[in-house]
Design a protein around this ligand. Structure first.
Ligand SMILES: NC(=O)c1ccc[n+]([C@@H]2O[C@H](COP(=O)([O-])OP(=O)(O)OC[C@H]3O[C@@H](n4cnc5c(N)ncnc54)[C@H](O)[C@@H]3O)[C@@H](O)[C@H]2O)c1
Ligand SMILES: CC(C)[C@H](C(=O)O)[C@@H](O)C(=O)O
Ligand SMILES: [Mg+2]
Length: 358
């Protein structure tokens, strides 16, 4: 069976890192149909829209999407609907990709690259499940208006709406419990229920859903405390489930525990099992075009693509094994480099992973 994979490299380091991941996919010698399209600032430059209809159609018609990153400072003054970030938000919304899996795993070889002491992070293996199509990211109304009341009545104010519908909370909660069942059976739901109505509602629904999963130990934590616990004792966590905004922030924080944001892959799935796979980091305009970015988060995202959307776990295992091998061989891009290891470029890291594929 031919699997259709849409490849959307995007901006900044996106094309460089996606190129390496595509080389790895092609080296597996499978009947993949790989089609590439522009997205983000690159699409805006070519078609005056960050998510052109043809790109969206290609993504929707594929079994899975491999996405690089979008964004560049030069687009920051465009009206919001034309900014590159709208492409990834639009794909998530239009494809209904509500479940974002961001595993944070510390490879033993990178224990010293972590910003925390090895004894605090060694063996770290946590999963952040971020709800991806709701919350203040998509809630309406939003905008800028003249305040009608309060101490700043008559002044301009910006506003957004945090909201979650019951089915949205239920479906992500179910996935979180199911993920916990396959792991160490501990689930921590992160919210801000001491302040926010949306969060109290989220917490109440998660507790209801928990009745169906008596084997999972459920805990709740406020997001500020969770941010602190993640750097104090990250291994206390197994699965974290949280909303869109808190998940965005906590997953960047967790990424540093693994040595570099350049190591953290992600999978965003919809109800039909279609998925978009991308590194958790952005387009890193500060290092773009220099062939120094770490491609491993993207290569590991391709492994997640094989496992979750194409049901090709043995191939995913091969890629992950190859990544472990190159790390064990001491190869490091600049972001994870330390004395005693060998610094390699983006493409050299790709070469090494290809060679290590057995
Ligand atoms: N999903 C996405 O496409 C996505 C995600 C996050 C940010 N962005 C966008 O990316 C742009 C830059 O955002 P930012 O600077 O806040 O975040 P960023 O993740 O792009 O970069 C943060 C820092 O991490 C470094 N970094 C990121 N990925 C790396 C890699 N693979 N290897 C080595 N170093 C890496 C960068 O050099 C930078 O110093 C913005 O336009 C932002 O909106 C896009
Ligand atoms: C680029 C931006 C819209 C995006 C987000 O906030 O979700 C990014 O930070 C991420 O984590 O994927
Ligand atoms: Mg983010």
């Amino acid at each position: 069976m031919t699997h259709k994979i849409a490849v959307l490299p995007g901006d900044g380091i996106g094309p460089e890192i996606v190129e390496q991941a595509v080389r790895v996919l092609r080296a597996l010698d499978q009947p993949f149909q790989i089609d590439e399209a522009k997205v983000g600032g690159a699409a805006f430059d070519a078609f005056e829209h960050p998510l052109p209809p043809a790109t969206l159609a290609l993504a929707k018609a594929s079994s899975a999407v491999l996405f690089g990153a979008v964004g560049d400072w030069k687009y920051d003054s465009l009206p919001r609907e034309f900014r590159p970030e709208q492409a990834i938000l639009g794909l998530r919304r239009e494809m209904g990709l509500f479940a974002n899996f961001r595993p944070a795993i510390l490879y033993p070889e990178l224990a010293n690259a972590s910003s925390l002491k090895p004894e605090v992070v060694a063996g770290l293996d946590i999963l952040i499940l971020r709800e991806l199509t709701g919350d203040i990211y998509f809630g309406k109304p939003r905008g800028v208006r003249t305040a009608e009341d309060g101490p700043f009545k008559g002044e301009r104010e910006g506003y957004d709406t945090m909201r979650y519908a019951e089915p949205e909370v239920r479906r992500i909660a179910h996935l979180a419990f199911q993920a916990a069942m396959k792991r160490n059976k501990r689930l921590c739901s992160v919210d801000k229920a001491n302040v926010l109505e949306t969060s109290q509602f989220w917490r109440d629904i998660v507790i209801e859903v928990s009745q169906e999963y008596p084997d999972v130990a459920l805990s709740h934590m406020y997001v500020d405390n969770a941010a602190m616990q993640l750097v104090r004792a990250p291994r206390e966590f197994d699965v974290i489930v949280t909303g869109n905004l808190f998940g965005d922030i906590l997953s960047d924080e967790a990424s540093m525990l693994t040595g570099s944001i350049g190591m953290l892959p992600s999978a965003s799935l919809n109800a039909a099992g279609q998925g978009l796979y991308e590194p958790s980091h952005g387009s890193a305009p500060d290092i773009a075009g220099k062939n120094i970015a770490n491609p491993l988060a993207t290569i590991l995202s391709a492994a997640m693509l094989l496992r979750y959307s194409l049901d090709l776990s043995p191939l995913a295992d091969r890629i992950e094994g190859a990544v472990r091998k190159v790390l064990a061989d001491g190869l490091r891009t600049a972001d994870i480099f330390e004395d005693g290891t060998t610094k390699v470029s983006t493409s050299e890291m790709g070469d090494a992973v290809l060679k290590a594929l057995r």
